[in-house]
Design a protein around this ligand. Structure first.
Ligand code: IMP
Ligand code: MG
Length: 186
């Protein structure tokens, strides 16, 4: 890969998690989930669109058991700031009653999104409900939230890559990079 194509956006500051480190960690998470759910008859990975797509598709290939996936789309963000208000734009299709559900998100920031979606899903009577996120910005949490599986804890950077975006840009990067907000224009 040339240096040019490695940094296809001018707002990239630096790579904070390499492609190789992501691959190793996602494989370990998949194996952990596979082991924890080896006796589950109805395992559903429920991803939040669109940020979790790259993560969920890699993750599930390390789970060698019968399982399925579904998606929801919620929005709480405009640019780089959480609004604290979570709106459901697209609901999942599966009737999750009696299912072992793992809610998958790309990153936990304030925690509002996962906190709100979790409450909604619990009302739908899954057999169990856990949360899995690739990244966790621990110092930004505004609600108390249990993350059962996470890939990496990161400092308070705005990051893109491996599915994560800034205004829909950057999802295609194979690594996680911080954004230089001074060089970012919408
Ligand atoms: P929360 O509700 O504040 O936890 O925000 C979670 C959502 O905000 C995630 O699903 C992401 O879509 C988005 N988000 C938060 N931080 C970042 C970031 O650094 N890069 C890209 N998206 C982010
Ligand atoms: Mg998201």
């Amino acid at each position: 890969m040339t240096e040019l194509s490695r940094f296809p956006y001018s707002f990239i500051d630096k790579i904070i998690i390499s492609e190789e480190d992501i691959e190793t960690r996602v494989q370990a998470l998949g194996r952990q989930i596979a082991s924890d759910y080896k006796d589950s008859e109805n395992l559903l990975l429920l991803g939040l669109l669109r940020g979790s797509v790259v993560f969920i598709t890699d993750l599930m290939r390390h789970i060698p058991h019968p399982m399925t996936m579904d998606f929801m789309s919620v929005s709480s963000y405009s640019g780089t700031e959480s609004s604290g208000f979570v709106r459901i734009d697209l609901d999942h299709k599966t009737n999750i009653q009696g299912w072992d559900v793992i809610l998958i998100d790309d990153i936990i920031d304030t925690g509002y999104t996962v906190h709100t979606v979790k409450k909604l899903l619990l009302d739908r009577n899954p057999k169990s409900l856990k949360v899995c996120a690739l990244l966790d910005k621990v110092e930004r949490h505004k609600v108390d939230i249990a993350i059962d599986y996470f890939g990496f804890k990161i400092p308070d950077y705005f990051v893109v890559g491996y599915g994560l975006d800034i205004d829909e840009k950057g999802r295609n990067l194979p690594y996680i990079a911080s954004v230089d907000l001074n060089r970012y224009t919408k």
